[in-house]
Design a protein around this ligand. Structure first.
Ligand SMILES: NC(=O)c1ccc[n+]([C@@H]2O[C@H](COP(=O)([O-])OP(=O)(O)OC[C@H]3O[C@@H](n4cnc5c(N)ncnc54)[C@H](OP(=O)(O)O)[C@@H]3O)[C@@H](O)[C@H]2O)c1
Length: 272
């Protein structure tokens, strides 16, 4: 699907550069198929230097010669940039536009881009930097299944992918994009418990992180419900159930679930 397609990454900051790197490492895209843009020459030169890609500060110029635009701009900048592309008639060839801006709806992007431009919204997360990410995509009003499949292929170079309806995007942002930060807090807390019992800090962090990695793989690879996997390791009168009950006394489940609910509401306010 990406073979021969020209991809312009509009906004070559942290996420834009990670995406460009992932696409190149996957071998699905040749350097000549990729171009980038940035607001300043300094960032444009950084992308050219790091990845050997053509990079300009002129979004319209990059868009005109692209089949796919991936908007890796901050939410506050993305609508204005789309209006700029439409004003300079840079999208008359109706390229696919993929946006990763949190909280900015496909409707807002479509209104800024002008009539009929196919838009797919995507929400990646930072583990994409090491090829272990999760990206959810949603189609806009003018995007087809083929457009969604193209977006899924782009982000599959950085980890797992899934398509969901756009109404879920704020919740996806909280659970999947903010999720790593919540899990870092959990990992730090588990490691603190180990340190309290005398483990060296580095050992405690490694043990907590590997336990989380293994548990996550067990859920994904077996497809079993986390509660069933938890039951497997809670020996009657054992240490695991003793630890779980102590955590339940601190309302661990509702604290984490309410955290997601609160973050999802905040995600909905980002594009306003
Ligand atoms: N970081 C995450 O975990 C994560 C996860 C999911 C989604 N996202 C989304 O990813 C998007 C980008 O985040 P980021 O962390 O990559 O931001 P970033 O590092 O600040 O990068 C934004 C880039 O956009 C460039 N830029 C600004 N205005 C521009 C314009 N009008 N035309 C062309 N380029 C322009 C900036 O160029 P200069 O450097 O020259 O100013 C900068 O390089 C955000 O919308 C965020 O919601 C982030």
């Amino acid at each position: 699907m990406l073979s021969g397609k020209r991809i312009a990454i509009i906004g070559s900051g942290t996420m834009g550069r990670a995406l460009a790197g992932g696409l190149l490492r996957s071998g699905k895209v040749e350097p000549g198929q990729l171009a980038g843009t940035a607001r300043t020459r300094q960032t444009a030169e950084k992308l050219s230097h790091e990845l050997g890609l053509a990079c300009t500060t002129d979004n319209a110029e990059a868009a005109r010669s692209a089949d796919i635009l991936v908007l890796c701009l901050k939410p506050k900048d993305v609508v204005k940039a789309c209006e700029g592309l439409a004003a300079r008639s840079a999208l008359v060839h109706a390229p696919l536009v993929v946006s990763i801006a949190a909280g900015v709806s496909t409707g807002a992007l479509e209104a800024a881009l002008g009539s009929g431009v196919p838009v797919v919204r995507a929400m990646p997360n930072t583990p994409c930097f090491i090829g272990k990410g999760m990206t959810v995509v949603s189609k806009g009003a003018h995007a087809t299944d083929a457009h969604a499949a193209t977006a899924l292929e782009i982000f599959s170079t950085m980890g797992r992918t899934m398509e969901l309806e756009e109404k879920h995007m704020d919740t996806v942002t909280a659970l999947s994009a903010s999720g790593p930060a919540f899990l870092y807090v959990v990992l730090e807390s588990l490691a603190d418990g180990g340190v309290m019992r005398g483990l060296p800090r580095a050992a405690a962090i490694e043990l907590a992180a590997q336990a989380a990695l293994g548990a996550a793989e067990m859920v994904l690879q077996t497809g079993r419900h986390p509660a069933a996997l938890k039951d497997d390791v809670t020996t009657p009168a054992g240490c695991t159930i003793a630890g779980i009950l102590a955590m339940e006394d601190g309302r661990i489940r509702s604290v984490l679930a309410r955290g997601i609910e609160t973050a999802a509401r905040a995600a909905g306010d980002l594009g306003k």
